[in-house]
Design a protein. Structure first.
Length: 392
């Protein structure tokens, strides 16, 4: 099942690298801004002002992605575009957004790609944005080579607002081939996110949603925030892939936690395997340690022991790891014709029908973006508990 959302606001980042003549990164960044402003002025919108703070945040993150070889709104240390922009000094904002791109060779190429996408086009032409910062990095020998970041913002006043993330598009590179360009978008406004299911994600719930994988790991909301029908003393919000709980007794950053649906729906774990019995290719072992929680004795890997590619480790690493999914409870298994692996809070599924060249019809999203998907444990949990089911 395909579940990705277009963004309301996009930040452009495009790179040009000549094969024989060095090109200054700041000239490429300036060209991106000029192209963005030309698109806006043609439609009667004001040009964007370059923000030194947003520029600093964008450049730092572009270089970090290039150096560490990842493309994600959430960095390995858990930082988001909000925390990065604020750390760079961009405060008292009432609108923030970020766009990431990788692999494009020229500013014209990336701007044209974004303008061809209805979501990105709408973001580029958003009337809510007045400041921009662009960053570019080139890393020879890296997967994409060129990495681009754009930060959009607005600071008309000092009122406190909440974050809205209306989209998050990410391309998972195919194994053993040249990487196709990837574009990511995210944005923030003050009015929360109204999902297609009719339910809203707001305030700290929306912040958690954005920081912990968004639609990829949580899915669409199936309820508003409410008293849990299974335990009226706790506030919860149900999603297609997860249930979030609010614990006011916890420190502020940990008051919203994910219910371990993998443990609830599939109690227990398989016996641990030996760390010497590693599958081929990239793999990580989480040893069983009864005295402290460091694992359950299983691997997360990109291949099964028979050599079947499943790319679970790649998905695990780029979508939040232990913090989002918990520890693996078993080695990969075939279920209903699909390779799957159960974790404490999720079930990974490998979908070979998406592991091929091409894009999702009507979008620029590579089909391989969806070769690993998460089972809809939130919906399954509703059924097992006899709670009202969402409409189809």
């Amino acid at each position: 099942m395909l579940r990705r959302w277009p963004a309301i606001l996009t930040i452009l980042l495009i790179a040009l690298i000549a094969t024989t003549i060095p090109v200054r990164a700041d000239s490429l960044e300036a060209e991106v801004i000029a192209l963005v402003n030309a698109e806006r002025v043609q439609r009667g919108l004001p040009p964007l002002i370059v923000s030194p703070e947003l520029t600093a945040a964008a450049r730092a993150y572009a270089h970090r992605m290039a150096a560490e070889g990842f493309v994600s709104h959430t960095a390995p240390d858990g930082s988001t575009f909000i925390t990065r922009d604020e750390a760079a000094g961009y405060r008292d904002w009432d609108y923030l957004a970020e766009n990431l791109a990788a692999g494009q060779l020229t500013p014209e190429e990336v701007v044209a790609a974004w303008m061809a996408s209805p979501a990105h086009r709408a973001n580029i032409l958003s009337p809510h944005v007045h400041e921009i910062g662009v960053g570019h990095a080139y890393q020879p020998g890296s997967y994409y080579g060129h990495y681009w970041v754009e930060e959009f913002g607005d600071r008309p006043g000092t009122r406190t607002v909440s974050l809205r993330m209306a989209a998050n598009e990410a391309a998972v590179p195919s194994a053993g081939t040249s990487a196709a360009p990837t574009i990511l978008t995210a944005n923030g406004t003050s009015d929360g996110w109204q999902a297609a299911t009719g339910h809203r994600v707001v305030g700290p719930w929306l912040s958690f949603f954005q920081r912990h994988g968004g639609l990829d790991s949580l899915g669409l909301p199936l309820s508003d925030v409410m008293s849990d029908p299974l335990d009226g003393g706790i506030q919860v919000q149900y999603f297609q892939r997860a249930v979030l709980e609010y614990h006011p007794e916890n420190p502020p950053d940990t008051r919203i936690v994910r219910r371990l649906l993998g443990d609830l729906l599939f109690p227990g774990a398989d016996p641990p395997v030996s760390p010497a019995d590693a599958p081929p290719g990239p793999a990580e072992y989480f040893p069983l340690s009864p005295d402290r929680p460091t694992g359950l004795g299983h691997f997360v890997a990109d291949y099964t022991r028979s050599g079947q590619p499943i790319y679970f480790k790649q998905f695990f690493d780029t979508h939040g790891g232990i913090e989002v999914f918990g520890y693996p409870k078993e080695e990969p298994k075939l279920r209903n014709g699909l390779w799957t692996q159960r974790f404490q809070a999720a079930v990974f599924e490998y979908h070979p029908e998406y592991d091929r060249d091409g894009t999702v019809p009507g979008t620029t999203i590579p089909l391989r973006t969806y070769r690993v998907q998460l089972a809809l444990l939130g919906e399954q949990y509703l059924r097992t508990q006899g709670l009202p089911q969402p409409p189809p």
